[in-house]
Design a protein around this ligand. Structure first.
Ligand code: GLA
Length: 389
């Protein structure tokens, strides 16, 4: 975690102004993967790692953004849109600003300085943390006393769709915007309402393993999965016109309809339909402190992502398999979009060293990988840091 006094000093040295400081978290999803863009349910928490933005207004319409983490500066003009998809982090920042303007936020030019503790490319939503922290900063500096968090989340998603080129769902931006300490949010990605679920883990904890693997197919495979789900819905709707999304089907209803789908599309859709049911069951299990059941659902989610949705990879599978037989490990699964990134496990705190050792051994031996680990509580969503922090 960065020392905020030093961070503000860096800003003052760079821009000769005194800043306000904002921050947004990364996230980890406990269960409900690839369900958000199918109008379904997800159960993420904000992690305790955050992206910090120091900012002050400028008298003109320019937004100058310096990243301490990347040691790069980008800039754009609020009223002269640059082209999308430049393949740089400017896409996230400018895309968010544009989406905020379209949503009627009053923005002014700004000087911004960024520092992030959220590892980039690890599947922990460093990009949503960037969109939300910058979006909140620009909205607040533009005069909004308490920017509407749902609108900020939708602006971040719009940046992904229109500037970055990923047709992502709303989960990442939503949890980064609205997360509550010590709670997971059960988000209904159709109504965009949420229910806070207390993270009742007693002597257990959430352990994240970053495999440090990033497979290149990510964006294209992600968009392809989304299209396959849409193709499934189109076919199903011919027989059952009330179905607008895979969310509208129970596992039993789906099994009756699935023989009419091409085999690959049926497998993709089956994952989503079953995952929705698992997510609702997992929220109930967490609420009642039934970690054994939560863990079983997480492990079933991994198998489905691996076999039916095919978004896992050998490194993630190995990390999950490494802890499967350790007593005190309730469940483990890949988390996020897939094709690399992280696993999330729920396990007794006392077996954490054993789990870390088991995963490290197996990834080192089979893939020559040194994974990174951290355990986390559920943190808060985007906010302004108190002036005396
Ligand atoms: C990425 C996307 C999310 C979601 C997950 C998979 O993180 O940004 O919208 O679809 O993948 O659950």
């Amino acid at each position: 975690m960065i020392d905020l006094a030093t961070f503000k000093e860096r800003f003052e040295l760079l821009y000769e102004q005194s800043p306000r400081v904002f921050s947004a978290p990364g996230r980890v999803n406990l269960i409900g993967e690839h369900t958000d863009y199918n109008d379904g349910f997800v159960l993420p928490i904000a992690i305790e790692r955050r992206t910090f933005v120091a900012g002050a207004r400028r008298p003109d319409a320019r937004v100058i953004v310096r990243s301490l983490t990347l040691e790069q500066t980008v800039e754009f003009d609020l009223f002269q849109p640059g082209p999308p998809q430049r393949g740089s982090w400017l896409d996230y920042v400018e895309g968010t600003a544009r989406a905020l303007l379209e949503r009627g936020f009053a923005l002014s030019g700004a000087n911004l300085l960024i520092h992030s503790d959220v590892p980039a490319g690890a599947g922990l939503s460093a990009s949503a943390a960037l969109e939300l922290s910058v979006g909140y900063a620009l909205a607040a500096l533009g005069g909004a006393a308490d920017p509407d968090r749902l609108q900020l989340a939708l602006a971040g998603q719009s940046a992904e769709h229109h500037y970055v080129g990923t047709r992502c769902g709303i989960m990442d931006q939503y949890i980064c915007a609205l997360a509550l300490a010590d709670h997971a949010l059960k988000i209904d990605c159709r109504s965009l309402a949420y229910e806070p679920i207390s993270l009742r883990l007693a002597s257990a904890c959430v352990l994240i393993c970053d495999t440090r693997v990033k497979h290149e197919l990510c964006t294209s495979a992600y968009n392809e999965r989304r299209e396959q789900c849409e193709a499934g819905v189109r076919e199903i709707a011919r027989q059952k016109p009330t179905v607008r999304a895979l969310r509208d089907l129970s596992p039993t209803e789906f099994e009756a309809l699935s023989p009419r789908l091409p085999a690959l599309i049926a497998r993709r859709c089956r994952h989503v339909v079953d995952e929705n049911a698992r997510t609702l069951a997992a929220a109930r299990a967490l609420e009642s402190g039934n970690l054994a059941q939560l863990g079983e659902l997480m492990s079933a989610s991994h198998r489905s992502l691996r076999d039916d949705y095919e978004v896992s990879c050998p490194e993630l599978d190995e990390a999950v398999a490494a802890v499967a037989a350790i007593p005190g490990v309730y469940g483990s699964r890949m988390t996020g979009g897939g094709f690399g990134g992280c696993t999330v496990s729920v396990l007794e705190r006392e077996v954490v060293p054993r789990a870390i050792h088991a995963i490290s051994e197996r990834l080192r031996t089979r893939f020559q990988i040194e994974p990174r680990f951290f355990s986390t509580n559920a943190g808060v969503g985007v906010c302004e840091m108190p002036a005396n922090a």
